[in-house]
Design a protein around this ligand. Structure first.
Ligand code: FPP
Length: 288
C-alpha cells in the first residue's frame, strides 16, 4: 500500500491505514458526494463556494484511492435530476467540471488513471461534452485505477437504456419474439458493464438515500453513511469508511462464514417441519 510510505510514524491516518487488511480492500468504491450547499450555507457563503471546495475533495479522494490501491472509484457528480437546480448553479458545476478536467489531466496520466463517464452525457453543453470525451480518449489506455464520473446519470435511465438496447439487438437479429431476458444480459448492457460491482457505497452528509445511483450494481454493496459534508471528507474519513467496511460480514444472501453450514432440516426433525398438506392449504387459501 503506497499510502503507508507517505504517512510518517505517529500520524493518525497511519494508524488507520495500518489497521486495514490490504487483501480485503474494496475493489470498487462508489460515492454520493453530498453536502456542498450546506457546507457553504453554514459559513454564510454562496452554495457555489461549497462546490468549489468539493472539487478539491474530489482531487484528494482520487489521490488517496490510488495510493491505497483501490481498483475502481465512481463519483456521483451530477444526477439527471440536478437540472432542476438554478441555472447559474448548473452552469457553475459545468465550469468546475471543465476546470477539474483541464487541471487534472496531467495527474491522471502520471498516476495511470483511466477516466470514464457514465450517464446521458450527450445532453451536456457541447464544450463540456467535448472536453470530457478528450480526457476519456487521452486516458483510455491507462491501466491503473478506473475513475468513473456519473454525470447526468440516473440508474432508472440506465436500466431503460439497457432494456431498449436488448430489444433493438433482438429486433435487428430478427429474434424479438424469442427474447428471454436474463440478469447477465442486463448487466452486460449497463453503462458500468466493464466494472466490478461496488463493494462499498459511501454517502456524505447523513441522508439515508441512494438517490437513483447505481441501483442494479449496489445490490450487495455495503452502505456507509457519514454526517461529514463532502467538502470535509478527507483522508481520515475515507480510511474510517474502509475500516468500517472491513468489519462487515458480507453474506450475499447466504449464511455467515463463521456459522456451521448445516441446513434447517439437519437440526429440526423433518416431521417437525410444515408438511405438504400445510403448503397446499396455504396455496388454496391464497388463490381464492
Ligand atoms: C451535492 O451537494 C453535490 C453535487 C450535486 C455536485 C457534486 C459536484 C462536485 C463535488 C464538483 C464537481 C465534480 C467533479 C467531479 C469535478 P449539494 O449541493 O446537494 O449539497 P446540499 O445537499 O448540502 O445542498
Amino acid at each position: 500500500m503506497k499510502l503507508l510510505e507517505a504517512l510518517p510514524p505517529g500520524d493518525r491516518d497511519r494508524e488507520l491505514a495500518l489497521s486495514l487488511d490490504p487483501a480485503r480492500l474494496p475493489a470498487h468504491i462508489a460515492i454520493i458526494m453530498d453536502g456542498n450547499g450546506r457546507w457553504a450555507q453554514r459559513r454564510g457563503l454562496p452554495r457555489i463556494a461549497g462546490h468549489k471546495v468539493g472539487v478539491s475533495t474530489v482531487r484528494s479522494v482520487v489521490e488517496d484511492c490510488v495510493q491505497l490501491g483501490i481498483p475502481a472509484l465512481t463519483l456521483y457528480a451530477f444526477s439527471a435530476e440536478n437540472w432542476k437546480r438554478p441555472r447559474t448553479e448548473v452552469e457553475l458545476l459545468w465550469r468546475l467540471l471543465r476546470y477539474y478536467l483541464r487541471r487534472e489531466i496531467d495527474d491522471l496520466q502520471r498516476n495511470n488513471i483511466r477516466l470514464q463517464s457514465i450517464g446521458r452525457t450527450e445532453a451536456l453543453p457541447d464544450r463540456v461534452y467535448e472536453e470530457l470525451r478528450d480526457v476519456e480518449r487521452a486516458t483510455a489506455h491507462n491501466t491503473g485505477m478506473r475513475l468513473t464520473l456519473a454525470i447526468n446519470y440516473s440508474a432508472r435511465h440506465e436500466l431503460v437504456d439497457a432494456v431498449n438496447s436488448l430489444i433493438d439487438e433482438a429486433r435487428i437479429a430478427g429474434k424479438l419474439a424469442d427474447l428471454a431476458v436474463t440478469e447477465n444480459m442486463i448487466s452486460r448492457r449497463l453503462y458500468t458493464a466493464d466494472l466490478p460491482e461496488p463493494d462499498l457505497l459511501i454517502r456524505t452528509s447523513g441522508e439515508m438515500r441512494v438517490s437513483n445511483f447505481l441501483l442494479w450494481q449496489i445490490a450487495y454493496a455495503e452502505l456507509y453513511v457519514t454526517e461529514t459534508l463532502w467538502p470535509d471528507f478527507n483522508r481520515t474519513e475515507l480510511l474510517k469508511a474502509i475500516v468500517d467496511f472491513q468489519k462487515r460480514e458480507r453474506r450475499f444472501g447466504g449464511i455467515g462464514a463463521a456459522e456451521p453450514a448445516e441446513s434447517a432440516a439437519d437440526v429440526i426433525p423433518p416431521e417437525a417441519l410444515p408438511g405438504d398438506e400445510f403448503e397446499t392449504e396455504e396455496i388454496a387459501v391464497s388463490s381464492q
